[in-house]
Design a protein. Structure first.
Length: 493
């Protein structure tokens, strides 16, 4: 059985406490409270055209240089709730880092995701992740996006999911049983889950059998982790030794790795995503070029990795905090037993579906949908000039009291008959986005998380290491538990 080294544990704790961030720097809490009480001078984004009947978008610049980063990184959806209540659904936050209009509430989300007149482009994502995820599917627009999406869709049809699920199960069963540490309150679930989803990706996406190609897999995984982290860099410049620069170097490592593997996998047999992307074509016989595959692989790994890590970590937390739900989910898992799982058997884990929805509602992995107006347009009666960044916030919409009873309470039944709270508005619940860019890996992601949770629930009872302590999240990128999420795994047998 694996154990935890005291030295590594203490180093990790020190790093968590002393790496400066908006969330742990002394005085940041007081600054945040002060900023929330401050009435910054109001400004108009742009005057609407005469006679248009449109309203101007109002806003402010927040602090010099930082804009509203402090409130956003610390409060996340709570800060947006404050904006929604005090300023309304459309508000301009100017800042040198990312000037943008916040489009709050499900009506605004519908206009942006639905994108009826193709007014909003995915270019809104470029300032955040553009250099690292160049020409990933989510960064393509309109006809070109549809062309690529049609080909990629073939890699996510049900028959392909059957193969991926089998591979996920191979890795998850092994890691949960052999690598995770039982009966130790120092065990941090979040980094362990992150490592496991990376191990899963190495097999399912790149075809590396667990335990093989160790050096290469480690190099690729490290490069991948660096690229993902770079998107959250505060100093956003390609100058050594900053995080942004390291991200660009790591992107090169990934490009070289995938370029070589594509050559190797063209025409080869295999059920991993890379080999599948080398083979897939749409009904008209269109295929991806080598360069397309490299770009799609790098983006897809990112899109799959932190999102499923976040979802499985949050679910584990809520199950540990709500033992009655843990028992209910375990009962269903016990009925499946320890045999191999497949797409059909996983469908029987219905309570786990409710818990997954409720966990993604309360801690939404992708908090934002970033877009940019390609022409002058309107949004809920407000004038939006060409070139404006516009951001919809599912993370806020998932907490609006007009749709959700007692929104901050963990209550998975709200997603079941007869309550169906999520069905009151088509865009009230959008953890996987909506419209033409809706998550292409939604089914796969749900299956992956269910396999992980099923294996975990069969093997351990989950207990909070510090019951009663308030769980806090860093909202700088995807929500990350600030303490690494200590959970005690009590072996059941
Ligand atoms: C629980 C897990 C996941 C969540 C919460 C999630 C969430 C999302 C969201 C919100 C979007 C839309 C972003 C936007 O509108 O700008 C998206 C897009 C995307 N996701 Fe996921 N995702 C998850 C898992 C996955 C997995 C497992 C994969 C791949 C295997 C994946 C691949 C993608 C891709 C390629 C896109 C871009 C789609 C397009 O632009 O057409 N995701 N995801």
């Amino acid at each position: 059985m694996a154990t935890i080294s005291t030295k590594d544990y203490l180093l990790d704790q020190a790093k968590r406490r002393f790496t400066p961030s908006f969330n742990n720097f002394p005085g940041m809490g007081a600054l945040e409270r002060k900023l929330l009480r401050t009435d910054f001078p109001q400004k108009v984004l742009a005057e609407p055209p005469a006679g248009s009947g449109l309203k101007p978008v109002m806003g402010d610049s927040g602090l010099p240089v930082l804009g509203h980063l402090v409130e956003m990184f610390r409060g996340g959806p709570e800060y947006l709730m404050h904006i929604y209540k005090t300023k309304g659904p459309i508000y301009y936050a100017d800042s040198p880092a990312l000037p943008a209009v916040a489009a709050l509430g499900p009506d605004a989300a519908q206009a942006i995701y639905g994108n009826r007149n193709k007014d909003f482009s995915q270019e809104g994502w470029i300032p955040v992740i553009g250099p690292f995820f160049h020409r990933g599917l989510m960064l393509l627009d309109f006809e070109e996006h549809m062309f690529h999406r049609r080909i990629m869709q073939e890699a996510f049809v049900r028959t392909r999911l059957v193969g991926y699920t089998e591979q996920v199960d191979t890795v998850a069963s092994k890691v949960v049983a052999n690598d995770w540490v039982a009966n130790d309150p120092r065990f941090l679930l979040y980094p362990a889950m992150k490592q496991m989803t990376l191990d899963i990706a190495s097999m399912v996406f790149m075809g590396h059998e667990p335990g093989t190609d160790h050096e290469l897999v480690t190099k690729v995984n490290n490069a991948f982790t660096t690229v993902v982290r770079a998107g959250n860099a505060i100093i956003r410049t390609g100058v050594p030794p900053f995080t942004w620069w390291r991200g660009l170097q790591a992107r090169k490592v990934l490009e070289d790795y995938f370029a070589e593997r594509v050559e190797e996998r063209r025409g080869a047999e295999g059920s991993d995503l890379l080999t599948v992307l080398c083979q897939t074509e749409d009904e008209d016989g269109n295929k991806f070029s080598n360069e397309d595959i490299v770009n799609h692989m790098i983006f897809t790994m990112m899109a799959a990795h932190d999102t499923s890590t976040s979802t499985a970590t949050t679910m584990s937390y809520f199950l540990a905090a709500n033992p009655e739900w843990q028992e209910r989910c375990r009962d269903e898992s016990d009925r499946l037993g320890d045999g191999p799982v497949d797409v059909e058997s996983l469908e029987k884990l219905e309570s786990l579906d409710l818990v997954m929805n409720e966990s993604m509602r309360l801690v939404t992995p992708v908090q934002w949908a970033m877009r940019r107006a390609v022409r002058d347009t309107e949004l809920l009666g407000y004038h939006i000039p060409k070139g404006t960044n516009v951001i919809a916030y599912p993370g806020l919409n998932h907490r609006l009291p007009e749709f959700w009873t007692d929104p901050m309470t963990f209550d998975p039944e709200r997603f079941a008959e007869p309550r169906n709270e999520h069905k009151q508005h088509r865009f009230a619940f959008t953890p996987f986005g909506g419209g033409s860019h809706k998550c292409i890996g939604m089914m796969f992601g749900q299956l992956e998380v269910k396999v992980i949770m099923h294996r975990l629930l069969r093997k351990y009872r989950l207990e909070l290491a510090h019951p009663g302590r308030e769980q806090t999240w860093d909202y700088g990128g995807m929500p990350v538990p600030m303490d690494g999420m200590p959970i005690v795994l009590r072996p059941l047998r």
